[in-house]
Design a protein around this ligand. Structure first.
Ligand SMILES: Cc1ncc(COP(=O)(O)O)c(C=O)c1O
Length: 494
């Protein structure tokens, strides 16, 4: 039941019939009354408002005369049917509500939205990829840097360079050179809100409706969604243990190729140098831009560093993409692009109309961590901890499954792919459900394949899991694998 909350103390201190009428009318039009449409009895409302019953009766009579309510002797007034149904009466009619049409971009996203699911809680072990352990976050170093950034009186309060604060870009230039052999001008660096914004900038600037873009298959779904939202069409190119099968690019016409050459997501291959040259030669010939997503290159365990595509090509038609989501936190939303000098102003303009620039305080804090060496020390520590977790996972999988499991992509990064060759694809959903009922979160690699290329039968015939380990401690990993083994046994037993 709606209630008149207002008790004006003006004039007589009591609410007059006119004000009661207006308040009730507004509440009726605002659909305050529930499905039964019942208003309070005149006695109850008079008591509540501290007015005489006749004052309320006058207001109710006026509402009835105008068709807002039906009154019957001895019953509580009720909102008129015509008002409930959308208003046949002239006094209350509103134009029918038409659904707001989306743009073509909006429609494409509505039909094929990226997924976001609330992280599962209360699990013994959640092997969800992308989460980091809160225990690894360098609280003291970050606190020192961010407190300094937010407590120093700013020199000016004005919008900054859309490409990012000069201080951070300068610090990143040094970091990229010493850690990744990426040589670039400070002006080629664009600070973005995570790699995701970098992908979106590339999509907007490099793709039009009907254009084609090369995607690794299986590959990073967020990249595929971002490029496809522009109306461009994915050309899925298969991936093997060495990454993108670049010989299949021959004859492919595309404006852009998205690749993860340092550690293919998800299968983990490191693109050999010959394939790197093949990819770059294809891009040069076809005038395509290569987006090199170097998302987890800080974590290399058993492999020798391979120079990024950007270093090989001196960045001519390569956009290099990096992030702090795997080192510091995915929640901070900071990433960086190194763009070809000729595209710099287009990237600056697009970033400016998106959000002016990335928040300056966080940029400043990250810059001071890079300058002081705190960032490099943190990365070293995080690498050591994740190497231990990786070792724990490999041992636990080996202990629980022996040669019934085949591991891919363990040499780098923060995840492995575990293939259970004895388990047919058809048992995947049952395995996920059974594992979850035992407190283990697992995620199939099959979701990362492009369905159109593979069709139903050509997708992997065995169950494969993308197993992230960077948020887990060794005992959780061990316990999780034990429970997973029990789930697999249940499935195998039928
Ligand atoms: C392939 C790939 N690139 C980039 C990222 C990081 O994205 P962002 O920087 O937007 O957090 C991820 C995160 O999981 C990823 O898997």
């Amino acid at each position: 039941m709606g209630q008149i909350k207002e008790h004006p103390k003006r004039d007589s201190g009591r609410m007059g019939a006119r004000r009661i009428y207006e308040a009730l009318r507004d509440q009726i039009l605002g659909r305050t009354y529930g499905t039964d449409g019942l208003l309070p009895s005149s006695r109850a409302l008079a008591g509540e408002l501290g007015v005489s019953r006749s004052t309320v009766t006058v207001a109710y009579e006026q509402l009835a005369a105008e068709g807002f309510i039906d009154v019957r002797h001895g019953a509580r007034p009720r909102v008129a049917r015509s008002v409930v149904d959308g208003g046949k009466s002239h006094a209350v009619s509103r134009p029918p509500t038409r659904s707001v049409p989306l743009s073509e971009f909006g429609e494409r996203l509505r039909k094929d939205p990226p997924r976001w699911t609330e992280p599962l809680r209360d699990l013994v072990a959640n092997f969800r990829y992308g989460d980091l352990s809160p225990a690894d976050f360098p609280v003291l170093a970050w606190k020192k840097a961010i407190v300094a950034a937010v407590t120093r009186r700013p020199e000016r309060l004005a919008y900054d360079d859309p490409c990012g604060a000069l201080r951070l870009r300068t610090a990143l230039q040094g970091y990229l050179w010493r850690s990744r052999s990426v040589r670039c001008d400070v002006d080629q660096i664009v600070v973005v809100n995570g790699s995701q914004q970098g992908l979106d900038l590339c999509a907007r600037l490099l793709l039009d409706v009907g254009d084609r873009f090369v995607m690794e298959d299986p590959g990073y779904l967020m990249a595929r969604h971002t490029f496809a939202a522009t109306g461009a069409i994915a050309v899925p190119i298969p991936v093997d243990g060495d990454g993108l099968e670049t010989e299949r690019l021959a004859g492919v016409e595309a404006r852009l190729a998205y690749v993860t050459p340092s550690h293919q997501y998800p299968l983990g291959g490191v693109l050999p140098i010959a394939r790197r040259h093949q990819l770059l030669a294809w891009a040069r010939q076809s005038g395509a831009c290569v987006i090199e997503d170097d998302y987890d290159s800080e974590y290399r365990y058993d492999t020798k560093p391979v120079p990024p595509l950007h270093a090989l090509e001196e960045g001519h038609n390569v956009v290099y993409l990096g992030t702090i989501s795997k080192t510091l936190s995915p929640t901070l939303r900071i990433g960086y692009l190194v763009v070809p000098a000729a595209l710099r102003s287009a990237f600056a303009a697009a970033k400016q109309i998106m959000d002016r620039h990335t928040s300056l305080a966080e940029q400043d804090a990250l810059a001071s961590m890079l300058e002081s060496g705190a960032y490099d020390s943190h990365v070293k520590r995080a690498r050591r901890r994740n190497a231990e977790r990786r070792q724990a996972l490999l041992e636990a999988l080996h202990r629980r499954f022996g040669d019934r499991v085949r591991i891919e992509g363990a040499a780098a990064g923060l995840h492995v792919v575990a293939w259970f060759d004895g388990l047919p694809q058809a048992s995947e959903e049952a395995l996920i459900r059974t594992a979850r009922s035992k407190g283990v979160g697992i995620y199939p690699v099959s979701a990362l394949y492009d369905r159109r290329r593979h069709g139903r039968r050509a997708r992997p015939d065995a169950v494969g899991l993308v197993m992230g380990y960077s948020a887990l401690e060794a005992r959780q990993i061990d316990r999780g694998c034990k429970l997973l083994a029990a789930a697999v046994e249940e499935i195998e037993a039928g």
